[in-house]
Structures are given as structure tokens and as C-alpha cells.
Design a protein around this ligand. Structure first.
Ligand code: SAM
Length: 278
């Protein structure tokens, strides 16, 4: 995909933390390209959602500022909250880019945020979570976004799974790829723990199909899907959501409701009748 905007004149702080795990030796330029690309997608979200300003921004997970440094340069006035389980990354973002530091929790519901952010950027978090934590994360993101605020997050969809299915090496070598692909094909959601995870740990590789994502979004009548861009951030897809209370009626139902309908048609007709005032 060609660049969406030209940020050549933007002066970013190129200081890198020695412990930044997102940069590979001799691939520093790719690190900066992906940061700039994230900013392009955020600028795209601003245009789609008519948001000339993002005064309060959450970068979750911030890592060591691969994207946050671009956000700081483009939105110098913004209060940017840097949140991650990696405390060294949070401290670095606070020190280097003037972000508000918040150490994260495994269970995001424990974080002290309210509906306070104009923009939440989530680069490569749900790409590592099991289905329950994936859904909990989306619940939190929606809850923490202001009315008329925007959420931009990345997923792994058909691009990554196609590469795995074609036998491409050096991607997700530490998971059971066959099971992941089978689950993805059957349900639209595949998750496999990394083999190096300890007994109490649950962190891995997640793939979600566009269809699964759309179905999941039907649970949120307060959220408008503004864009789903396949392969927009490296190999990852990008989802842009806009929060608008009560925008949709649940006329299509949500997956659980369809199960109810299959099992109890009469009760379900009652639900729809009530919605239509009959
Ligand atoms: C692939 S890295 C992406 C980091 C950053 N977004 C970037 O693009 O450079 C995934 C990050 O998710 C963080 N993480 C995992 N679970 C988290 C949680 N519950 N809360 C906050 N961060 C979490 C990890 O510590 C790690 O920094």
C-alpha cells in the first residue's frame, strides 16, 4: 500500500531504548517505517472520523515508543498515556517522549481508566491474546474511549495466515501452526500459546478473520466500524472504530442471540417484537 500522507518533514526523536525488543539488528529503518505508517493510519482515522485534534491519547501497549515517538511529534500538545506491562518501556516513553506513565495489568479491567481518551492506538496487542482476553480487551477499549472518540487497533488476518499456509519460514516458529490454521479456517479465530510460555502464562499468536471481527463488533451498538484495512500495517490489518452512543439498534442480534433463536424461536420473536414495538 502506498504512503497515505507525507510525514517527511516531521522531526521525531530517534533515540532508541537498548532493551527495545521490536527492533532487529540492521533493520532500524523498518522500525521507523512501521512507526510512521502507524501515524499515517491514525491520521487517516482522524479524517474518516472528522477529528482535527486528538488531545488525549492512549498508546496501549506502548512498548518502547515505536509509535509513540511519532504521536508525540505530530500531536505536540496532546496528553499521551503510555501503558504496557513492560515497565522499562513505560518509563522510557515517559522520560524520552513526555508521556504519562501507567503500568499495565494482565487483566485490563483492573486499570484505572474511565471514558477519557480521544484516541486509543493499540498496535499488536490482541494479536497475542486468547479469545476471552481478546474480547475483554475490546470491552475495555470501548469503555475507555470518550463519546465521539476513536480506536485504532491491529489484527492478524488473512495475510499472516496465508503466509503460514504457504509454509513461509521465520513467522511464528514457536507455535503449533497447523492447529492455528485449522481453528482459523473453522471459526475465524485461531490462538496458539508460544511454546516457551511458562505454566501460568498465556501469551501467543492470534489470528482473526475479517468475518469473525465483524461478527464480534455486532455486540457493540455504540461503535461504528469506520474502516477495516487488510495488510495495512506491515502484515497486520487495521481496524478503525468510532464511538457513538446508541448509534445502532441490535437489529442483527449478536452471535449469542442467534443461538437463543435457534433454540427458542418463540422467545426470540418476542425480543424482536418488543424492539419493533409490537
Ligand atoms: C508486539 S509488542 C508491541 C509493542 C508496541 N505496540 C510496538 O508496536 O512497538 C506487544 C506488547 O504488548 C505488551 N502487553 C502484553 N500484554 C499486555 C497487557 N495486558 N497490558 C499492556 N501491555 C501488554 C507486551 O509487554 C509488549 O510490549
Amino acid at each position: 500500500m502506498k504512503p497515505l500522507y507525507n510525514f517527511d518533514s516531521l522531526k521525531i526523536d530517534r533515540t532508541m531504548a537498548p532493551s527495545d525488543g521490536m527492533v532487529a539488528t540492521a533493520l532500524e529503518e523498518q522500525y521507523f517505517d512501521l512507526g510512521r505508517r502507524a501515524l499515517e493510519l491514525i491520521q487517516f482515522s482522524a479524517e474518516l472520523c472528522d477529528k482535527p485534534h486528538y488531545p488525549a491519547i492512549l498508546d496501549l501497549p506502548c512498548g518502547h515508543g515505536r509509535v509513540l515517538r511519532w504521536l508525540r511529534a505530530h500531536y505536540p500538545y496532546a496528553k499521551i498515556t503510555a501503558c504496557d506491562l513492560d515497565r522499562d518501556g513505560v518509563d522510557f516513553c515517559a522520560r524520552q517522549f513526555g508521556a504519562e506513565p501507567v503500568y499495565s495489568e494482565l487483566n485490563l479491567h483492573e486499570l484505572p481508566f474511565a471514558a477519557q481518551f480521544d484516541l486509543i492506538w493499540v498496535g499488536s496487542l490482541v494479536t497475542h491474546l486468547n479469545e476471552e482476553r481478546w474480547r475483554q480487551t475490546l470491552d475495555c477499549l470501548v469503555k475507555w474511549t470518550k463519546e465521539c472518540g476513536v480506536i485504532v487497533f491491529s489484527t492478524q488476518g488473512r495475510t499472516v495466515t496465508s503466509l503460514l499456509a504457504r509454509g513461509r519460514r521465520n513467522i511464528a516458529e514457536n507455535i503449533d501452526k497447523a492447529t492455528l490454521l485449522e481453528d482459523f479456517a473453522r471459526t475465524g479465530f485461531g490462538y496458539q500459546r508460544y511454546t516457551e510460555c511458562g505454566p501460568g502464562e498465556d501469551y501467543g499468536f492470534t489470528a482473526t478473520s475479517p468475518e469473525w471481527l465483524m461478527r464480534t463488533l455486532q455486540r457493540y451498538p455504540d461503535v461504528i466500524l469506520r474502516s477495516y484495512l487488510e495488510e495495512a500495517w506491515g502484515m497486520q490489518d487495521i481496524v478503525i472504530l468510532y464511538k457513538k452512543a446508541g448509534h445502532f439498534e441490535p437489529v442483527l442480534g449478536v452471535p449469542e442471540m442467534q443461538v437463543v433463536r435457534a433454540n427458542a424461536g418463540a422467545a426470540k420473536r418476542g425480543w424482536l417484537g418488543r424492539l419493533l414495538g409490537r
